[in-house]
Design a protein around this ligand. Structure first.
Ligand code: SAH
Length: 344
């Protein structure tokens, strides 16, 4: 029954379900049925280019925070970014994700030049940005230059919790404002949160899910919090893989049309974590396309995987993993599907 109508749990249902481990296999089977009804067995690929690890923000959980002086900083030039795209294109990728810290070096003008160059060289590819909080006008200018997707996790939808994870200069209000601006402009928007971030409660997670229902994102990225040794949260434990998987399944049931990645963080805490994520309802993987020489420096958390392999190795490793998990490795652009008008 669950596979034909979106799941609409109450807060009590959610806290009960997320706190149980005895129903996981049933939950994952139901979630998998829903993803297969909408997306079949296809798993979409997104080539991730981590183009700068400079950041002006000071988020307490992130190794790229401006206060971390132990990370060696790098920036990729437009030519280097284009050559990552070329390599990705030749490997079959048709989506590029430009992710970075909030780095003032990349002014709007610089970003527009990079986006336009990618758009001109690879007109059949989708350009996704993940570069944090900007103004409406900047987002609009990036869209006009050819960007069509934007990933901006809300991180936590609870005000008090938000303040515990971020410096006073940042606000949940602005994060939300950015997300709604991106939607208004016409981006396919991805949001999400960390599972098991310091001080997170079950109530916070329910608030996160309710916020996602309000935002209606096309993509939902969740991954376990992972300790980074040079941050103020160095003594906090990692988030739970089990809870992350359960949440992926619940999100798949509640948001049948969402694109949900099996994240690198999941693969970092558990060797087959991404495969388990796919089996719990995820349908996207994000192989790394950054030059090998800089990968270890994009140290948002400790022991990140896929930092030593060349892009081609990552591609074939992921293809094998996706196929072994029983899914199809899809090189399509992979836009989010939307419900027919008659459906909810
Ligand atoms: N500056 C961009 C990109 C941030 S990196 C932005 O603000 O959106 C992408 C994501 O990594 C973040 O949104 C955060 O949810 C996640 N992340 C950061 N530090 C992490 C940690 N220690 N453990 C797990 N995930 C982390």
């Amino acid at each position: 029954m669950l596979s034909n109508t979106p799941f609409e749990p109450t807060d009590d249902d959610l806290s009960w379900l997320l706190g149980q481990d005895n129903f996981d296999s049933l939950l994952f089977i139901e979630a998998d049925k829903v993803r297969q009804r909408i997306y079949g067995r296809r798993v979409y690929l997104r080539g991730l280019i981590e183009f700068t690890n400079y950041c002006k923000n000071n988020c307490l959980y992130c190794g790229l925070r401006t206060g971390n002086h132990r990370v060696s900083r790098y920036r990729l030039s437009k030519e280097e970014i284009l050559s990552c795209c070329r390599e990705g294109y030749d490997l079959g990728y048709r989506t590029f994700v430009l992710q970075g810290g909030e780095d003032p070096f990349y002014t709007d003008e610089v970003m527009i030049d990079i986006i336009s160059a990618i758009h001109t060289a690879f007109p059949d590819c989708a350009i996704t940005l993940s570069i944090g909080e900007k103004s409406y006008d900047s987002y609009k200018a990036f869209f006009d230059a050819g960007a069509r997707r934007y990933l901006l996790r809300h991180e936590t939808a609870d005000e008090d919790h938000y303040r515990k994870l971020h410096p006073a200069s940042m606000s949940l209000d602005n994060r939300k404002k950015c997300l709604f601006a991106l939607k208004e402009i016409g981006y396919q928007v991805g949001s999400g949160f960390m599972v098991g971030s310091p001080y997170q409660t079950m109530e916070n997670i329910i608030t996160d899910i309710r916020f996602l229902q309000e935002l209606k994102p096309d993509m939902i990225g969740i991954g376990p919090f992972i300790t980074q040794h040079d941050t103020p949260f160095s003594a906090f434990p990692n988030g739970s893989v089990e809870l992350t998987l359960r949440l992926i399944a619940v999100l798949r049931l509640m948001f049948p049309y969402a694109l949900i990645p099996a994240t690198t963080a999941l693969g970092t805490l558990e060797s087959e974590g991404r495969e388990l994520g796919l089996k719990a309802g995820a349908n996207v993987v994000m192989p790394n396309l950054s030059p090998v020489g800089v990968r270890k420096k994009y140290a948002i958390y400790d022991d990140k995987i896929c930092t030593g392999e060349k892009s081609a190795q990552c591609r074939f490793c992921l293809q094998r993993r996706v196929c072994n998990a029983g899914y199809e490795f899809s090189l399509d652009v992979g836009d989010a599907k939307r419900p027919e008008k008659s459906e909810k």
